[in-house]
Design a binder for this molecule. Structure first.
Ligand code: CUA
Length: 337
């Protein structure tokens, strides 16, 4: 009878603590909005694991708490507890059950992983270039280059990730999936955005001083809106005004992440008022910012560094920013008085 009372009491503790953890560990409260097809199997598995954790927590903490309260040592009792040696059936049970759970989770995990990587042959290709500290997006099907990621909803996107300097990581939390961008290797990430809206792409790999600011806007729109955006990009791709083209080149290549256009001091010197400015270099000599200096600073970025700034800018060859684009950039900088 006493044994039954304790078993019942301990069971109540276990149930109560399990219920509490079950409620707190619900993915609906813990995870951001679910905005991609690939997020569904991931969230489902997360939820299953959280629920298993809740049961384990209730079982362990419930028994422990019950024992601490009802089986404490009585005042003045200095005797040892009963000496208990092995219990073979119990040991078999507590080895077999966790083994079955872990094996089951591994199988479900493998199945889920293949689900998130399933290939849709009609996927829209987007090339992503990561750099210190900006993102650049290219749509080879339309020959569009953009600093914003605009995507149609309910279509698989195949991201081909690359980096021009160090390792970065492509991550939109609402999509759950994440992939490193590694210099010299093309990494693949497949995402089917299932919800329209505006999201934030963040870099999830510490990559230098401005890592925290390496963000880009992601807009998921309807298919019609996407077609409208493509058409608009195609007609507006080559602007008449060289200064407008120059600004586009700077934005697309992430230059303004480090060189402000309004005089703010960032990682590099501001573009505002830069043209014709006298600058003191690291070695104490002075130069005037002219066409030749701007071209040289793009091609061999660390050759002549303005005093007080870190020489962290990558060099850009003609394959990335052409000579005529440099001329456009110069025209744009001239307008920033
Ligand atoms: Cu790029 Cu952190």
């Amino acid at each position: 009878m006493r044994y039954f009372k304790h078993a019942f009491g301990a069971a109540m503790f276990i149930v109560a603590l399990t219920a509490l953890a079950w409620f707190i560990l619900d993915t609906r409260f813990l995870l951001p909005v679910q905005a991609a097809e690939q997020a569904k199997p991931i969230d489902w598995l997360f939820n299953l694991q959280f629920k298993l954790m809740a049961v384990m927590f209730g079982l362990i903490a419930g028994l422990m708490l019950y024992s601490v309260i009802f089986f404490r040592r009585k005042r003045g009792d200095t005797s040892d507890g009963p000496h208990i040696t092995g219990n073979t059936p119990l040991e078999i049970i507590w080895t077999a059950i966790p083994l079955a759970i872990v094996t089951g989770l591994a199988l479900i995990g493998a199945q889920n992983l293949s689900e998130t990587q399933r290939i849709d042959p009609r996927a829209l290709e987007v090339k992503v270039t990561a750099m210190q500290w900006a993102w650049k997006f290219e749509y080879p099907a339309y020959e569009i280059v953009s600093d914003q990621l605009i995507l149609p909803a309910n279509q698989q996107i195949v991201f081909k990730l690359n980096s021009i300097d160090v390792i970065h990581s492509f991550w939109v939390p609402e999509w759950r999936v994440k992939q490193d961008a590694v210099p010299g290797i093309e990494q693949i990430l497949r995402v089917t955005p299932s919800q329209a809206g505006e999201f934030k792409l963040v870099c999830a790999e510490i990559c230098g001083a401005q890592h925290a600011n390496m963000v880009a806007t992601v807009k998921v729109v309807s298919e019609d809106e996407f077609k409208g955006w493509v058409a608009q990009q195609l007609t507006g791709a080559v602007a008449e005004d060289p200064a407008v083209r120059g600004e586009q080149v700077l934005r697309v290549n992430g230059c303004i992440a480090c060189h402000s256009i309004d005089g703010t001091r960032l990682v590099g010197p501001t573009f505002q008022g830069a043209y014709g400015r006298q600058e003191t270099l690291e070695d104490g000599s002075t130069i005037t910012v002219d066409d030749a200096y701007i071209l040289e600073s793009i091609r061999q970025s660390t050759k002549k560094i303005v005093q007080g700034y870190p020489g962290v800018m990558p060099s850009y060859g003609e394959d990335v920013i052409s000579d005529s684009q440099v001329a456009d950039i110069i025209e744009y900088i001239k307008t920033l008085k």
